[in-house]
Write a protein that binds this ligand. Sequence first.
Ligand SMILES: Nc1ncnc2c1ncn2[C@@H]1O[C@H](COP(=O)(O)OP(=O)(O)OP(=O)(O)O)[C@@H](O)[C@H]1O
Ligand SMILES: [Mg+2]
Length: 502
Amino acid sequence: MTAPDTAGVRVELRGIVKRFGPVQVLHGVDLAFEPGRIVGLLGENGAGKSTLMKILAGYEAPSEGGIVVNGRAVVFDGPRAAEAEGIVLIHQEFNLAEDLTVAQNMFLGHEMRRGWFVDDAAMRGIARGLLDDVGLGQVDPDTRVRDLIVAERQLVEIAKALSRKARVLIMDEPTATLTPGETGRLFELVARLQADGVTIVFISHKLDEVERITEEVVVMRDGRLVARQPTASLTRAQMASLMVGRELEDLYPPRRAVPADAPVLLSVQDLSVPGWAQDVSFEVRAGEVFGFAGLVGAGRTELFEGLLGLRERHARAVSVAGSTVLPRSPRAAAEAGLTYLSEDRKGRGLHVHFGLRQNLTLMALERHAKPWLDPASERQALEQAVREFGIRCGSPDVTAGSLSGGNQQKLALAKVLHPGPRVVVLDEPTRGVDIGAKREIYALIRRLADEGRAVVVISSELMELIGLCHRVAVMRAGRLQATLMAAQLNEQELIAHATGTH
Ligand SMILES: Nc1ncnc2c1ncn2[C@@H]1O[C@H](COP(=O)(O)OP(=O)(O)OP(=O)(O)O)[C@@H](O)[C@H]1O
Ligand SMILES: [Mg+2]
């Protein structure tokens, strides 16, 4: 490597203010990063972490204040200018072009040339090496991004950032969609980058990971810095209370026993989704929280996408709230009393260019039509959802895409509960939400069950399943391996079934 590639870069944000229209989201932030450090950036949903880092990486311009790189004031007119200084951001919300291949995405705007021609072979070769570095050696660089699963897309984002030779690498929630194994590999990579003198800014709501890899943490609240401390000097509980500004008691509310005579609200017999799931059967009763554990690729999401008619499937029998039905579409499922929160909130969950109201009421239009659409009733529904779910938005008139990551998740959750379903299936319900909001979502799940609904929770966070569920089904390679009762639930047991080492 040449000298400029390995030189440490010291970056500094000075007096950063950011306004979106009348709403001010950053209030004069001063923050410097020394070369070769791993710094965690923490804060509640909507605290301003992504916005601050988008400014540092040239995606947003500050309203006031500036950036200093190695003592030199710089102004970025876009991400390319920041990349030229070695500053690269891995986005929280994916930023890949779905119709292009993995290699094309990695080199978009940075195509390698041989003479007049784009050098596809060279790019493919480098792409292959970088994919290997992030643990995606099995993915062909010519695969279209649309054919990748969510975790693979995340890893492609990371490989793409590596191809830019970052000296300051900002990772915004990089592990939200990864399995523990993939996360472990990513952290090995982070350690190698650090040894090379790269500065890493690690934004995460997973405090155990922050504890594991960062040397210091910076905490933001409401657009301001509230603390900067060595990681080792803080417990997780202290990190959490710095973020939310108060102490948090127990994360998981107590479980109420499911009455023996509680009716079965969801019954699935021998459901198969070709290529993904085979002959899966289970029943969920009113008042029950039923979990699905498994590794990424075990077929959990695909099983439920099949159940909702989003994939080819067949089943011996399915019933929802007592009626036999194999829904043709999510809308048909909602009419039968079952709604589904997709793990892919940008793809299947929310319409990012639509307003909050439209998103919320899309599945329950009939309720707001008398017989035409009634804006007052829609507005009221939104106000209630904002209150109940603690959705933080500058104004109710913004688009869903302008909400912070965690607040989009809360909106998606409000949307699936809006039709008042008897059965709810929540795929990764707390992905990207802060610890305070997590606790509220757990309380909500418990309340839904206590009201007599059946709740299915698909989660890659084992602690979440253990803390919430009455029973947990474990899937591996498309089959149901085991169903464990609450009393039998522990991490080792779940991992053993999920990996087939039982
Ligand atoms: N383009 C935009 N237009 C309007 N408001 C915006 C825009 N981008 C961000 N905001 C607002 O700025 C605030 C900070 O959002 P930001 O995404 O920085 O939060 P965050 O700390 O990254 O949260 P999370 O943990 O949920 O990802 C939020 O209130 C958000 O709605
Ligand atoms: Mg964010």
